[in-house]
Design a protein around this ligand. Structure first.
Ligand code: NAD
Length: 443
């Protein structure tokens, strides 16, 4: 008998996980508290941008393997599913730096109360170490006496933009379980990946929780590390990309995540490194992760650097027209949570510039966050009469830009490539004043 699977929370992580579980052959119900999200998913429509996911959702909504419901007391999935994945948000606490566990707690306890058959609750959300053990106790206290409900933790490593591929063919699977029986259930869920010999890391709750935040802390550190060197090359000269290439050839270091630019953002890295620091402080280990505070500061300084460059180029920003290309936190996503590009656009606006924003997928979400910026539907509209063009997110459309595409549109040939993806020499040859992060700039 195949397992019935529920996924609680159908945002970026949950909608992907639900569709991929259906693709693996399971019957799946996705649950969310947001009725609009459920309505659109039930129609086979994805309320956000993720390549390949709409097709997968439509396929399995049509086949009947995938359904989406609001289930306020979790009684429907509680009576039906054998495995429940928790995929609700764990954002930064409002006004704080720790993780807000309100949603994870509410979903887990609500679910435990609604469950009426033996089942396994599997946390996928990113949580501070210690959460799973605490929730396991709560599940035991709140679930009915006549059913066996246990908890496991199975952190998620998917990347937005590659979410379907990362879920169906992960680099590794990490499961924190309390018993061999719970691990066996998860082996059944992930049987297909195990057949392909995907590394399977079976461990305790604490290690499983820490693997996720350690991976994110390491990635954030790599980005900020190269960006710290950017501050040096911007001062003394030198080529930050050549430097990254050269150290990246060392297989102990590796080239990935060493791209100097405007830094990291999104719904994960920034809040996860802050939550990690907060958690270790709570544990009395205040000094253990202070380097992450430095990484966060280096990262935020890159955004300020773009504004400083704009001021160097334009002088007074008031009344100047600036095109910002790309405001999602990375390409292939419409996610603008803690986006460096959007932050830069807003800072330029705050400094008095007239900002014209174009993003292939992110305009709508950006407009909800900062309605006061000007949003346009094409690159050419954004660049029209611009005194300065800022490339802030490296969508392919922008990486393919040549000076000839913009020469006739702009008011002044001035460019900041905040992702270091364009060939500076070509632009300079075409008469552009061209600045990049990590590169000495004297106008
Ligand atoms: P999200 O905000 O897109 O989605 C969370 C969803 O949970 C929302 O739709 C919300 O309405 C729903 N929800 C909240 N409370 C609920 C409840 N009690 N019952 C049912 N649904 C509820 O967030 P996300 O980006 O999908 O992230 C979810 C978790 O996954 C976070 O912990 C995040 O750190 C982690 N994660 C995200 C990614 C990513 O790339 N987005 C990758 C790995 C891990």
């Amino acid at each position: 008998m195949t397992l019935n699977i529920s996924v609680i929370g159908t945002g970026y992580l949950g909608a992907t996980h639900a569709a991929c579980m259906a693709e693996l052959g399971f019957d799946v119900i996705g649950v969310d508290v947001d009725p609009e999200k459920i309505d659109s998913l039930s129609r086979g429509e994805l309320p956000f941008h993720e390549p390949g996911l709409p097709e997968l959702i439509r396929k399995h909504v049509d086949s009947g393997k995938l359904r989406f419901i609001t289930d306020p007391d979790y009684s429907t999935v509680g009576a039906w599913a054998d495995v429940h994945f928790i995929a609700v948000g764990t954002p930064q606490q409002p006004g704080g730096t720790g993780a807000d566990l309100t949603y994870v707690d509410a979903a887990t306890v609500g679910l435990a109360e609604g469950i009426t058959k033996d089942s396994l609750i599997v946390g996928k959300s990113t949580v501070p170490v210690g959460t799973a053990r605490r929730l396991a106790r709560l599940v035991e206290e709140t679930s009915r006496d006549d059913v066996a409900v246990s908890l496991a933790w199975n952190p998620e490593f998917l990347r937005e933009g590659f979410a379907v591929k990362d879920t169906l063919t992960p680099d590794r699977l990490v499961v924190g379980t309390a018993t061999d029986a719970d691990e066996a259930v998860l082996r059944e869920v992930y049987a297909e990946a195990l057949e392909r010999e995907t590394p399977w890391i079976s461990t305790d709750f604490e290690t499983a929780e820490l693997v996720k935040v350690a991976a994110n802390a390491f990635l954030a550190t790599k980005i900020s590390f190269i960006n710290a060197f950017s501050e040096v090359t911007e001062t003394v000269g030198g080529n930050i990309t050549t430097l990254a290439d050269a150290i990246g050839f060392d297989t102990r270091i590796g080239r990935k995540f060493l791209n100097a630019g405007v830094g990291f953002g999104g719904g994960c890295l920034p809040k996860d490194i802050r939550a990690l620091q907060t958690r270790v402080s709570e544990l009395g280990l205040d000094h253990t992760m202070t380097f992450l505070d430095e990484m966060d500061k280096i990262n935020l300084r890159r955004r300020e650097r773009v504004v400083t460059l704009a001021e160097n180029i334009l002088g007074e920003l008031a009344g100047k027209r600036i095109a910002v290309l790309g405001v999602t936190f990375k390409p292939l996503s419409d996610d603008v949570r803690d986006s460096p590009g959007l932050d830069v656009a807003n800072r330029l606006y705050t400094a008095g510039a007239e900002v014209s924003v174009y993003d292939p997928e992110g305009n709508a979400n950006a407009a909800k966050r900062f309605p006061r910026l000007g949003y346009v539907d094409s690159l050419t509209e954004a660049a029209q009469d611009a005194d300065l063009v800022v490339l802030a997110t490296e969508w392919n459309e922008f990486k393919a830009l040549t000076p000839a595409d913009l020469d006739e549109l702009v008011a002044q040939k001035q460019f900041i490539d905040a992702r270091n993806v364009l060939p500076a020499a070509d632009w300079e040859k075409a008469g552009w004043s061209f600045a990049q992060l990590g590169r000495y700039y004297d106008g």
